[in-house]
Design a protein around this ligand. Structure first.
Ligand SMILES: CC(=O)N[C@H]1[C@@H](OP(=O)(O)OP(=O)(O)OC[C@H]2O[C@@H](n3ccc(=O)[nH]c3=O)[C@H](O)[C@@H]2O)O[C@H](CO)[C@@H](O)[C@@H]1O
Ligand SMILES: C=C(OP(=O)(O)O)C(=O)O
Length: 437
């Protein structure tokens, strides 16, 4: 189990450039399975989850070449599909969430796809029904081995396009069904599709490979299947959750930071949601400039004077992956705020650690926490903690960087799952953070 030691309480300063987006990279990498031609991808983040997926692709027989930092070429012209039945795959496929998205492209191209119950954060139930109902709609036969927790879909006679209304706008579910539908016969309609920028990016990549997709960016996708897809080049967007993490870090440590090349137009409500907590940020070209919040930041109130509420919703709503960061930023705001995590059931339990550090938080139930901000009248106190999931992990790291004294965070593999080289990048803007094991 890896550990960070963090000496908090110092203001940071400088520029930080966000990595390529983890959740986009996971979709895009799975799409390389759809063609036997070469696909070149730039701005792939060097993080644990992405590297694990690249390893799975390699074991499946994809020819992979590293062209430079974050830049890879993939060629899926001679796949070893028998790997999908191996014990090795059962272990490797189960180690991250993103691996689930190999099923759609494999089913679309080869008429069969398999996956063990995927991993990812333990943040409550994470059902896969939307994925498999979508494949069944396209004509696949579904089987599930309960003992081994191993899922399979098969369509030896190919897939047929269909109208479907998804039960929920699942991000990976939409990506998976879409990647199967692009090679199905006839027209598929996916209503209540997830439509976040990373899915739009996947759609654009598929179109550049020769797919026919209408409605990109909306929750109604119309796909006309094609016989085969060709190669393409694609660049991954900057990671909006990392960008939000750096905004939160700047506010909590009263630091002046510039976040470079953020692709502002793809950030949706993220900048304004930080403004609800009183965090000032300015657009400068495609950068975000955050001044040092010397006098702190004050929570806004609703027009009717009721308590501010920040909650998640499928895109274009506020991403659930930034709520833990909002919560930690709220601990030093002037005013109170209700954080409502609607999607996941067990993502707020980490507040215990913040309470230990002196934060004023009432966990109302597993989905809601009321935070009464300190307005920097009282600093959080350093402590020893263990990171339960990726976003709780980064939130605890931000808390530790703002706290007085030396904190220790264990299980930092959770943070490394989604943040590239985080210790060195934070050291470059003045943070006192060391990786001790
Ligand atoms: C690898 C990857 O890309 N992971 C992301 C992906 O996970 P993932 O695709 O697994 O998440 P889903 O979009 O399927 O659903 C997330 C959770 O929200 C619930 N739900 C979803 C849609 C909806 O309309 N109502 C609803 O309640 C689901 O029941 C589930 O508990 O999307 C999540 C939601 O943005 C993010 O937190 C994850 O970081
Ligand atoms: C929940 C997350 O990731 P995953 O879906 O990979 O567990 C996340 O990135 O916040």
């Amino acid at each position: 189990m890896g550990t960070f030691k963090i000496e908090g309480g110092q203001a940071l300063k400088g520029n930080i450039t966000p990595q390529g987006a983890k959740n986009e990279a996971l979709q895009i990498l799975c799409a390389v399975l759809l063609t036997n031609e070469e696909v070149k991808i730039d701005n792939i983040p060097d993080i644990r989850d992405v590297n694990k997926l690249i390893e799975i692709l390699g074991n499946l027989g994809v020819k992979i070449q590293k062209l430079g930092k974050g830049s890879f070429s993939f060629k899926s012209d001679d796949l070893h599909l028998d790997y999908l039945q191996s014990e090795k795959f059962k272990e490797e496929g189960a180690s991250l969430r993103g691996s689930i998205m190999i099923v759609g492209p494999l089913l679309g191209r080869f008429g069969k796809g398999y996956i063990p119950k995927p991993g990812g954060d333990k943040i409550g139930r994470r059902r896969l029904d939307t994925h498999f109902e979508g494949f069944i709609n396209l004509g696949a036969k579904f089987r599930y081995n309960k003992e081994e927790r191993f899922y399979g879909v098969e369509a030896p006679n190919g897939l047929k396009g269909k109208y479907m209304l998804l039960e929920e706008a699942s991000v990976t579910g939409t990506a998976n069904i879409l990647m199967a539908a692009v090679l199905a016969e006839g027209e598929t309609t996916i209503y209540n599709a997830a439509c976040e920028p990373y899915l739009q990016q996947l759609c654009k990549m598929l179109v550049s490979m020769g797919a026919d997709i209408q409605g990109i960016g909306s929750n109604l996708l119309k796909i006309v299947g094609v016989k085969s897809l060709g190669g393409c080049t694609h660049r991954v967007l900057p990671d909006m959750v990392e960008i939000g993490s750096w905004i939160g870090l700047a506010a909590m440590t009263k630091s002046e930071l510039t976040i470079k090349d953020v692709s502002w137009d793809d950030l949706g409500v993220i900048p304004n949601t930080f403004r609800k907590l009183g965090v000032q940020l300015e657009r400068k070209g495609d950068d975000i400039y955050i001044p040092a919040h010397k006098d702190g930041y004050e929570v806004a109130s609703f027009i009717d004077g009721s308590i501010m509420n920040i909650s998640d919703a499928p895109w274009p709503g506020f991403t659930p992956d930034l709520l833990s960061i909002m919560l930690v930023v709220a601990t030093q705001a002037r005013g109170s705020v209700l954080i409502h995590q609607k999607m996941f059931e067990s993502r707020l339990f980490f507040v215990d650690k913040l309470i230990d550090m002196g934060a004023k938080i009432i966990l109302c139930d597993p989905h809601r926490a009321t935070v009464i901000g300190h307005d920097f009248q009282s600093q959080l106190k350093a402590t020893t903690m263990t990171s339960p999931d990726i976003r709780a992990g980064i939130s605890l790291l931000i808390a530790a960087l703002s706290a007085k004294g030396i904190s220790t965070i264990h299980n930092i593999e959770q943070i490394d799952r989604g943040y590239e080289n985080i210790d060195e990048r934070l050291q470059a803007i003045g943070a006192k953070i060391t990786r001790v094991s």
